[in-house]
Design a protein around this ligand. Sequence first.
Ligand code: GDP
Length: 215
Amino acid sequence: MSSILFTAEFGTTVAWLSQLPHGQLPEIAFVGRSNAGKSSAINALCQRRRLAFASKTPGRTQALNFFKLGSPRGEPQAWLVDTPGYGFAAAPTSVREGWGRLAGRYLAERVGLRGVVLLVDCRRGLTALDRSLLAFVRSDTRLLVLLTKADKLPFSHRQQALTSLRQALRSEGLPSDAQLLAFSANTSLGLVEARTVLENWLENDGAALPSPIHS
Ligand code: GDP
């Protein structure tokens, strides 16, 4: 089946909030610790090999990377936004503070933001840095949490990991309609379900959310 996500193409890099694209197209932001599997998830969701690879090239690592969705030669209809991975131990303090000034403010203030996809490595669970990131997410922003690399966990451990993640998110006061999915870019676990959630976000302007997924 086709998906608007398959039309993704690199659009623009934003290093300062003043460079954000104008207009209020729907946007979906991807956030997560460095190495959480964010690039792999974006590539898998968009059925592309190296789409999100650009965000790893020097100079783009601390920027927001906008991928446009829509017909290839036409105006973009929506944006997927890759935010800088956080928590890289070697990143100097100024870089870490820069994350809040750019990505944090973007998450807190961007009008077109339809939802946030948080990537959490299944073997690490929700970390202190993820919690501080979530503080930037407005309470009315939809949230999909992907428990990444779930192929590394046996099925029973996967359920356990999802349950503890749900509890951890609840203790952060997250919206009860936050959706959680076990996800693997390697085996495509959760891929179709995640795509469906994102397509719904893009299609339903403020409409009721589908019921939370437990898998
Ligand atoms: P990013 O830094 O968050 O963009 O993470 P990447 O997508 O670059 O992935 C970080 C590492 O995790 C790489 O070595 C990937 O090959 C690995 N990885 C990503 N997704 C998966 C997955 O679904 N399963 C497994 N086993 N490894 C994965």
